[in-house]
Design a protein around this ligand. Structure first.
Ligand code: NAD
Length: 508
């Protein structure tokens, strides 16, 4: 493993390198509360060294044919599949999510690698014959240079894989700054990229915090920055990197609503909500955290069914009896002690602000894991605009039910929220669903699909304060983001075939 005597350094020039930084952060196992390793918080100079490595590598990597770049990614995909158990275990042990969910995250990341393997086709550009008489026009999609990625804790494999496979497939080189809470997975992926044949310097990992991020946002050698994380940081990233002349895509936080119409299938709604609200302990940017029920009857039935389902839920360590997926808990712990306390504080604020607490997860304790960062599934009814549990992103296993009188009121409620990442409508009426998809001010919309995460060959991104920058991640937008278009218009003089002319030249 790459965690050098339990103090993880960086991955530069295809080598794990020890960091000279005097600053380190502890990485915890959220299920036990124990420190599993510490990670170096890199210095400015170390971050600059990673950029320099990527800058040097760009010259040759950008000249390698797209087909040969794709071949490295094909090998990388096979290696990730061969090491999937090990990678899922790393994810579960540092993030806390259950093993099967970690495998799901890897699969979604691999789909982007599969997409990037099609780069010879994706980067072809356009061609027009005879835009004028004897004049042709065509475009080149050229790589940018050194690109940077900054990722959050909640998808330590998938979110970096939204970024670097497309970027390096396009001929760029990359510096990744993962979350300091769960850095091991990306270090292992870096080793697998090397094993797949990626030349040194094409992909580098710098572990660290704001110190490293600020270098990536301001260093003139960095051409583009991809960020995923909370909204205040996304705003900072967007403003700072843009001011330094870089391309930026900065994805922020979320508050995702599910609109439940009276004609929706109640069992389908409950099953969908349970997974979408409590899967991964609610630490997903596409988690449904608000169910908007049209009519009291819909809300009363939903609350009763949810209560029953929640009572059968199991909460425990993500790695349960080694790969025993059949019997693993439904939900793991939260990522850190501080975050678990923040979620409990949100629940307390909901009670204080007058919401009805139907199921309270604050006192949940898992036997034999008393020091783990567990919060049980929590359910609120009669939640209203203006309450912190409605207005703000909680990022925990807390589902809020809001009651409205009509479809129009529900749509207006969703549209007034500052976040616009994902949403879903559950209904049997095609006309209502169709109107909803057209009118709702949200970037990713599900119709009877609770978590409408686009596949790798589409692009991922929200609206409003959930995304800053014009282009979404992966898919066609990803290729546009990581390439710069050049359009060439060419005319070749005619008449050369006829050989030399000896009479006085005149325009023909
Ligand atoms: P975060 O914003 O705390 O951290 C994200 C990254 O930014 C980390 O690498 C971190 O080291 C760095 N960072 C933190 N503070 C910084 C600062 N002051 N200056 C510069 N860099 C800084 O987010 P998190 O807690 O790791 O992740 C959870 C958040 O990410 C949630 O808000 C969630 O909604 C969001 N998220 C959004 C999406 C999406 O697609 N929109 C996907 C996943 C997660």
């Amino acid at each position: 493993m790459s965690n050098l005597n339990k103090v993880m350094g960086n991955f530069i020039d295809n080598q794990c390198v020890v960091s000279a930084s005097s600053r380190q952060a502890n990485v915890f196992n959220p299920a036990t509360g124990e420190v599993s390793l510490s990670v170096s918080l890199s210095t400015i100079e170390e971050t600059q060294a990673a950029i320099a490595s990527a800058q040097t590598a760009f010259e040759s990597w950008s000249q390698i044919t797209p087909l040969n770049r794709a071949r490295v990614l094909f090998k990388f995909k096979a290696l990730v599949e061969a090491h999937s158990h090990e990678l899922a275990e790393l994810i579960a042990s540092e993030h806390g999510k259950v093993y099967s969910d970690a495998m799901g995250e890897l699969t979604r990341g691999l789909e982007v690698v599969e997409f990037a393997c099609g780069i010879p086709h994706l980067q072809k550009g356009e061609h027009s014959l005879n835009v004028g008489r004897g004049v042709d026009s065509y475009s080149l999609m050229q790589p940018l240079g050194v690109c940077a990625g900054i990722s959050p804790f909640n998808f330590p494999a998938m979110v970096p894989m939204w970024m670097f496979p497309v970027s390096i497939a396009c001929g760029n080189t990359f510096v990744m700054k993962p979350s300091e809470k769960d850095p091991s997975t990306i270090m292992r992926l870096a080793e697998l990229l090397k094993e797949a044949g990626l030349p040194e310097g094409v992909f580098n990992v710098v572990n660290g915090d704001k110190t490293s991020v600020d270098v990536l946002l301001t260093d003139e050698r960095i051409q583009a920055v991809s960020f995923v994380g909370s909204t205040p940081i996304a705003e900072y990233i967007y403003a700072t990197a843009s001011a330094h002349g870089k391309r930026v895509q900065a994805l922020g936080g979320a508050k995702n609503h599910m609109l439940v119409m009276p004609d929706a299938d109640p069992n389908q709604v409950v099953n969908s909500l349970m997974g979408a609200a409590y899967g991964s302990a609610g630490e997903r940017c596409m988690a449904i955290s608000v169910a908007v029920c049209v009519g009291d009857e819909v809300a009363d039935n939903l609350i009763a069914k949810l209560q029953t389902e929640i009572s059968t839920m199991t909460v425990g360590p993500g790695l349960y009896k080694q790969y025993d997926i059949e019997n693993e808990p439904h939900m793991g712990p939260l990522v850190s002690k501080e975050h678990a306390q923040k979620v409990r504080d949100y629940i307390t604020s909901g009670v204080e602000q007058g919401a009805a607490l139907v199921v309270d997860g604050r006192d949940f304790v898992r036997k034999n894991h008393e020091q783990g960062y567990f919060v049980g599934p929590t359910l609120f009814d009669h939640v209203k605009v203006g309450m912190r549990i409605y207005d703000e992103e909680i990022f925990g296993p807390v589902l809020c039910v809001v009651r409205v009188d009509s479809y129009e009121e529900g749509l207006a409620l969703i549209n007034q929220h500052e976040y616009g990442n994902g949403t879903a409508i559950f209904t049997r009426d095609g006309d209502t669903a169709r109107q909803f998809t057209e009118k709702v001010q949200v970037g990713m919309v599900g119709v009877n699909v609770p978590i409408p995460v686009p596949m790798a060959f589409h692009s991922f991104g929200g609206w409003k304060r959930s995304l800053f920058g014009p282009l979404h991640m992966h898919g066609p937008d990803g290729v546009r983001f990581y390439t710069r278009m050049k359009t060439i218009t060419a005319r070749w003089p005619t008449g050369l075939r006829a050989g030399p002319e000896f009479s006085m030249p005149t325009m023909k």
